[in-house]
Write a protein that binds this ligand. Structure first.
Ligand code: GLU
Length: 366
């Protein structure tokens, strides 16, 4: 199970103006425990600007307005934040790795794959990736703006099973619990609708960073990519272990599609960068749910990179599907029709015989 855990600033500071090492130590301990139980954990950590204010002795109320000042605070605070994480994870002999992203890194296909590969490599080494928005360099156009939505994008990027957003509230309530004593915690949300947003006293289209609205937006994004999402309190004892074990904690949002379905929908919505024409045997195999092997490909058209979506045509040149290709067009062209042994001579031992994996393939029914 792969989990993205998002900590808001209030969780990391325990509601104060400073990073709270004790709170962070407890979160690190729970993450280490979840990993020992077999989970892969990716952290999305806020707190850079708060740490910057702490370092410079700036009170939030006195903070000058403007983006540049916030960028400066984040630039000062990010290294301090990472040092705090390094210190607490270090007690468990677990390494951490900083990854700073912006929307632009996730919007462009090549950068998207690059970020994914980097985080995969970090996880492979059993290192905890700690992700934040690259606040120091963002502009209005390229920023995600809040770490709830960033954590949902990371959930999608890394095909995680679960997004856990830890905050200073128990979850989503039927009304604002600070004002309405009748307000009840919603344990499970099957489908996120306007009524769900109304419970949080907000609308889908409102503005604002943090708070319940961005959490609902993030949950919506996560469930549409086939993950579950949970909003729970960061101070609840053993919260990460409980959620990882599937216990009912906070508010759970059920996935609206399976991950494979979500991926296929996404593929079908892409504009293909090229065409791979396949022979009849390969076309039949694809219909039976198999992957497209280099040996079954006859012709490559267009210029594409590894990871781009291509159309797959049969020998009559009719499209039979769309899929994510594993080789760039120049290599794919040389691999055409090659069996494993010939492919190994061309690309080296252990060369992948698959051009498009069955999981990355959406067939066009026609
Ligand atoms: N990236 C911001 C920070 O680290 C936090 C954004 C958020 O909390 O949503 O200060």
């Amino acid at each position: 199970m792969r989990i993205v855990v998002k900590f808001g600033t209030s969780t990391l500071t325990a509601g104060t103006a400073k990073l709270n090492p004790r709170a962070m130590l407890e979160l690190a301990r729970q993450i280490v425990q979840a990993r020992e139980g077999g989970a892969e954990v990716i952290v999305v950590s806020s707190g850079a600007q708060a740490a910057g204010r702490e370092r410079l002795g700036v009170l939030r109320a006195q903070q000058p307005p403007g983006m540049a000042y916030k960028q400066m605070l984040a630039a000062v605070g990010q290294s301090h934040l990472m040092r705090a994480w390094e210190r607490v994870f270090g007690l468990f002999e677990v390494e951490v790795a900083q990854v700073l992203l912006t929307r632009a890194d996730l919007g462009d296909r090549r950068r998207y794959l690059n970020a994914r590969d980097a985080i995969e490599a970090i996880l492979d080494q059993r290192i905890v990736p700690i992700i934040n928005e690259n606040d120091a360099v963002v502009t209005e156009e390229i920023k995600v703006g809040d770490n709830d939505n960033l954590s949902a994008l990371v959930t999608n990027l890394m095909a995680a099973d679960l997004l856990l957003m830890l905050t200073d509230q128990e979850g989503l309530f039927t009304a604002d619990p600070r004002r309405d004593p009748q307000a009840q915690l919603v344990a499970r949300v099957e489908a996120i609708t306007d009524a769900t947003y109304a419970m949080a006293g907000t609308s889908r289209t409102g503005l604002g960073t943090g708070g319940m609205m961005t959490k609902l937006q993030a949950a919506e994004l996560a469930v549409r990519s086939g993950a579950s999402a949970v909003i729970a309190s960061g101070t609840r004892p053993e919260v990460i272990a409980q959620v990882a074990a599937g216990q009912a904690v906070g508010t759970l949002f059920a996935p609206s599609v399976t991950r494979v379905e979500a991926r296929k929908r996404w593929i079908l919505a892409e504009r293909p960068a090229g065409v791979i024409v396949v022979d009849d045997g390969a076309a039949r195999a694809l219909g039976r749910g198999k992957s497209l092997l280099a040996v079954g490909a006859r012709e490559i058209r267009g210029t594409f990179d590894r990871g781009e979506v291509v159309a797959i045509h049969n020998l009559k040149d009719r499209p039979i599907g769309l899929g994510i290709v594993r080789y760039a067009s120049d290599i794919a062209a040389r691999a055409l029709g090659k069996q494993s042994a010939a492919l190994a001579r061309l690309l080296g031992e252990g060369a992948d015989p698959i051009l498009v994996h069955a999981d990355d393939l959406a067939l066009i029914v026609g």
